[in-house]
Ligand binder design. Structure first.
Ligand code: ZN
Ligand code: ZN
Length: 303
């Protein structure tokens, strides 16, 4: 299970309702900050997430609307006693901290984080795939029938090792493990001008988060600035058979409803993220849980 909280959903410049790109992905004890636009610190505080355990930063690319908040955030971290080390992942030209290459960035026994290349102005751009590893369920009935006692033998079989029982018989994992079951997957793509090279990387993801800066009426502008239209993002979601499409990086020139309508005509299970929206991504089910802001009503008054 993954959760993603949108801290900033605006393209290029902030609006009253939308801050610049930043997202927090939560999985088990991990918290990943994906991009860090200007003003992200206050968005973190407003969301209630705060800075706790936020020690992994993933950057999609080096454009200023995605990274300008990083200096301030690191300055806060330097004074923040509970965060001793921050890992920053990005392309070489994005920042000279850690040079990301496509492939697996980290893993544990049940989770992996994969970076894949994305085509956008300036190069060295990455998308990120958060994926639970597939697992094979332990078939208790079969183990009982074969006389495998509860305890270390079963744990070793689950870990993929063969075991020899006290009566001399050898039991192999295939005899007690069911067919592989895939886990949940969340694909995150920042700015991009192309979708053809993304299909295989995001295929089958339960949720795809991707930019949608333009509408099809301005497809020529999208092309010249290396961005997507809502329709292009929706066609990618359809062709890659993802579960839910979540659009972000929304331009101030459009209303949320226009963006949603254009995408839903092609891929019905589309949402347009608002700042502070929190989504939960399970295998075969991605849903909007809530909006974390407590001040939204006041914003209406201010607007
Ligand atoms: Zn951008
Ligand atoms: Zn960009």
């Amino acid at each position: 299970m993954f959760e993603i909280v949108f801290l900033g959903t605006s393209a290029a410049a902030p609006s009253i309702r939308r801050n610049l790109s930043a997202h927090v992905v939560l999985h088990k004890e991990y918290r990943f900050l994906v991009d860090c636009g200007e003003g992200t610190q206050r968005q973190l505080l407003k969301s209630g997430l705060g800075f706790k355990r936020l020690n992994k930063v993933l950057l999609t690319h080096s454009h200023l609307d995605h990274i300008l908040g990083l200096g301030g955030l690191l300055s806060t971290f330097m004074r923040w006693e509970t965060i001793e080390e921050v890992e920053i992942f990005g392309g070489r030209s994005t920042l000279s901290f850690v040079d990301v290459k496509p492939g697996r960035l980290m893993e544990d026994d049940s989770f992996e984080l994969i970076a894949f290349p994305v085509t956008h102005r300036g190069g060295e751009c990455f998308g990120y795939l958060f994926r639970e590893k597939p697992r094979r369920p332990f078939l208790v009935d079969k183990a009982e029938a074969l006389g495998v006692p509860p305890g270390p033998e079963r744990r070793r079989l689950v870990a993929g090792e063969s075991v020899t029982l006290s009566d001399g018989r050898t039991i192999h994992p295939d005899e007690v493990l069911g067919p592989e079951i895939r886990g949940a997957a969340l694909a995150h793509v920042g700015d991009t001008g192309r979708t053809s090279d993304l299909i295989e990387h995001v295929r089958g993801a339960d949720a795809l988060v991707i930019e949608s800066t333009y509408l099809d009426a301005e497809a020529d502008l999208a092309r010249s600035y290396d961005h997507l239209t809502a329709a292009q993002a929706a066609r990618l979601a359809r062709d890659a058979q993802v579960g839910q499409l979540i659009l972000t990086h929304i331009s101030r020139r459009y209303g949320q409803k226009q963006v949603l309508a254009e995408a839903q005509a092609i891929f019905p299970n589309t949402a347009v993220a608002r700042d502070f929206d929190r989504f939960r991504v399970l295998k075969d089910k991605s849903t909007l849980l809530e909006n974390l802001t407590v001040e939204e009503e006041n914003w209406h008054v201010a607007a």
